[in-house]
Each structure stands twice: as C-alpha cells, then as structure tokens.
Write a protein that binds this ligand. Structure first.
Ligand code: GAR
Length: 212
C-alpha cells in the first residue's frame, strides 16, 4: 500500500467556497488520505486563488480565453497536472466543460460537485445560480447537491454522494444556493474527496491509470 497522500488538484473559476471547505477539511483531519497540492483557475483574479494562497497552496492561472482552441487549453492544464504529479482532480465551481479527450485521460480521477440532485437540473447550461432558478421555477420541494465522477457526458458520470435539502416557501435562488452549499456541498465534497483519495492510495497500481 502506498503511504503518501493522494496528490489533489482543485480546479476553480470563482469565489471558491467549496475549495475553502476542502482546505478546512484537510486541516480538521476529515481529509487524511489526500493533500491539496495545487489550485488551477481558468479565471485570473478569482477569489479562490486568494483562498489557496492564504492556505499556502501553489496556484496556477490558465486562462481559457487566451487559447485558440479548447484542445490547446486542455493540453496546458494536462501538462501542469503532470508536472505536479497530480493523481486526483476536483472540480469545485469550475465553469469549463472538459472534452472527452481530456476526461478519458483521467478515468475515475476527476470528481465534480453539482448543486442539484442529479439527474435533475444538470447538464450543459445548468451551472451556478441557474440551477437554483430552474429548481424553484419547476416547483420541486426537495433539491440538494451531488458529487460525481466526471466522464464525457456533462454531469453524467457515476454518482459518489448526494445530500437532499428542503425548499422553503420564502426561498430565492440566492438564499437556496447558500443553503445548498452550507447543508450539502461543503459536507459531501470533502467526504467524497476523502473516499476517492483513500481508494487511489490503497489500490495504488491497481487503480485506474492516468492515460497520456
Ligand atoms: C457551487 O454551487 C458549485 O456547486 C457550482 O458553482 C458554485 C461554485 O461556488 N458548480 C456548478 O454549477 C458546476 N456545474 P464556489 O466557487 O463558491 O465553490
């Protein structure tokens, strides 16, 4: 068994409250099988980068808008992940959809947090506040969050953990977003990070290999 913690990269685009939940979980000993080695943002100036710097975590900005093609952007992300020996990628509010040529290189090694109970309100076009707007306008009474493996289908990979959150009569998209984060995302993302890190660490060579 490999004794070193699984090397984690967290990919972000915005405020990074889920990144903060991961950093705090590592400090509290909720994540012990993995270590956040690197934070990559596709958005220069994202507050998530400040959170990483405050925690002493290496950061990289890879601005997708500076690359002519999605393939060129993803090639740069891959090369930075490789340079840092990353074994597990966590998408925490990362707002770029990754292509199959990227996701197929990391089988069962990319996880994502999505702010609904998949398969509701997910897939292309459902991100951030839009997910909560859709849930409220449909009139569902229960929503929540999901952590899942990432494959070529947006929000379509195997589910790892889910947590339900009740909708309250006075909810606005903003109020609901905050409650889903507090009651669901900030708990299940660290829990799933520990589960998958542990499996990668314990299975070692028997775990799915990084391709390319
Ligand atoms: C979170 O609610 C996350 O689940 C969502 O964006 C927010 C990012 O917040 N992600 C998606 O909608 C992906 N489809 P954060 O930057 O504060 O973690």
């Amino acid at each position: 068994m490999n004794t070193a913690p699984t090397k984690i990269a967290v990919l972000v685009s915005g405020g990074g409250t889920n990144l903060q939940a991961l950093i705090d979980a590592e400090k509290k000993g909720i994540i012990t099988s993995g270590k956040i080695e690197l934070v990559i943002s596709n958005k220069p100036g994202a507050y998530a980068l400040t959170r990483a710097e405050n925690a002493g975590i290496r950061t990289a900005v890879i601005n997708n808008k500076e690359y002519a093609t999605r393939e060129a952007f993803e090639a740069e992300v891959k090369s930075v992940l490789k340079e840092n020996g990353i074994e597990l990628i966590i998408l925490a509010g990362f707002m770029c959809i990754l292509t199959e040529s990227f996701t197929s290189c990391y089988p069962k090694r990319i996880i994502n947090v999505h702010p609904s109970l998949i398969p509701s309100f997910c897939g292309e076009g459902f991100y951030g506040l839009k997910v909560h707007e859709a849930a409220l306008s449909y009139g569902v009474k229960v929503t929540g969050a999901t952590v899942h493996f990432v494959n070529e289908i947006p929000d379509g990979g195997q589910i790892i953990l889910q947590r339900a959150v009740y909708i309250e009569p006075q909810d606005t998209p903003e109020i609901l977003q905050k409650r889903v984060m507090q009651e669901a995302e900030w708990n299940i993302l660290p829990e799933a990070a520990e589960l998958v890190s542990k499996e990668i660490k314990e299975k070692g060579e028997e775990y799915e290999h990084i391709q390319g």
